[in-house]
Design a protein around this ligand. Structure first.
Ligand SMILES: C[S@@+](CC[C@H](N)C(=O)[O-])C[C@H]1O[C@@H](n2cnc3c(N)ncnc32)[C@H](O)[C@@H]1O
Length: 283
């Protein structure tokens, strides 16, 4: 039991800190150190399940053939390779220059199929993709509008790039109820580096439903504990908020809300959900 506990990355990190007085760095911006974000958050993602679901959505709901896929706030683009295996051209857009540089290196061998672009998901214009994208995605709740106007600006930008009949899919971008949640903590080891991860949501403005999503990552590297933090402030969106916005937007129609990467598991406001997927189509 002791050995098991000691081997646990969180214990290794805290014990090593006490026994060896390891130097602990001040919090650095996690998004400026994409390798650690990738290891801590993406290394265990079931990207096959995600891409299989997306392909099933295309089969059922898309009215066009898919060639060009845009992922907004792509981060380290963990599923880009799976998309290229389906013969799609992948275009990742992210606001962080460090994330873009990291992905360019990560996908150097796929540079004809994986394209990385720096841009703001709330208001973007990529000249060579206007009217040419066949599918647009946001994965893992990476949608950061501050208010309803931002959501509409995002839909307008997506509509400018997406061909009629193409899908816009949002993964985990809605909540059941507004408010704070318990922190989530876990530890793992990637490439012999023990990592400890903490995710927390704090309310910033209750009336405006503004929330801060804080991600702390500690990595034990040789004689140092590296500490990273990211913080994203955004408006929480409920099922009803998004339903109303899509129904009143002139360039989109709602295909449905689905739970946990299953097109056979639709939900409405009466039902609980674990991982909500929103699917809309460009009209
Ligand atoms: C939590 S990470 C998620 C990355 C990725 N979606 C995933 O599934 O792993 C959030 C990403 O959003 C990016 N980001 C934050 N605000 C953005 C914005 N306004 N426009 C584009 N990207 C943004 C950050 O740089 C970061 O790479």
């Amino acid at each position: 039991m002791k050995i098991c506990l000691f081997n646990h990355p969180i214990c290794i990190i805290s014990l090593a800190n006490k026994i060896f007085m390891l130097e602990q760095t001040l919090n650095k911006n996690l998004y400026d150190h994409p390798k650690y974000y990738d290891w801590a958050i993406c290394s265990f993602r079931d990207v096959k399940k995600e891409v299989d679901f997306i392909r099933e959505c295309i089969n059922r709901f898309s009215r066009i053939e898919v060639k060009n896929v845009i992922e907004l706030a792509c981060g380290p683009a963990p599923n880009a390779e799976k998309f290229t295996a389906s013969d799609f051209q992948y275009h990742g857009i992210d606001i962080s220059p460090a994330m873009i540089d990291y992905c360019i290196q990560k996908y150097a061998s796929l540079k004809d199929k994986v394209h990385l672009i720096r841009g703001n998901m709330l208001d973007f214009k990529v000249d060579n993709l206007i009217g040419k994208a066949d599918l647009v995605l946001i994965m893992c709740g990476s949608f950061f509008p501050k208010n309803q106007k931002d959501i509409i600006k995002n839909l307008d930008s997506v509509a400018l790039h997406l061909r009629k009949g193409g899908l816009y899919i949002l993964d985990s971008c809605i909540v059941k109820d507004y408010g704070e949640s318990e922190p989530v903590e876990y530890s793992l080891e990637v490439n012999n580096t023990p990592l400890f991860v903490r995710l927390k949501l704090n309310i910033i403005d209750q009336k405006e439903h503004l929330i801060e999503y804080i991600l702390n990552v500690q990595a034990m590297e040789k004689d140092k504990i590296l500490c990273f933090k990211s913080s994203d402030t955004f408006m929480e969106i409920t099922f009803q908020d998004l339903d109303n916005i899509i129904r009143t937007h002139p360039q989109f129609e709602l295909c449905g809300f689905f739970n946990d990467f299953s097109v056979d598991d639709p939900f409405d406001k009466k039902r609980e959900f674990t991982r909500p997927l929103t699917i809309m189509r460009r009209i």
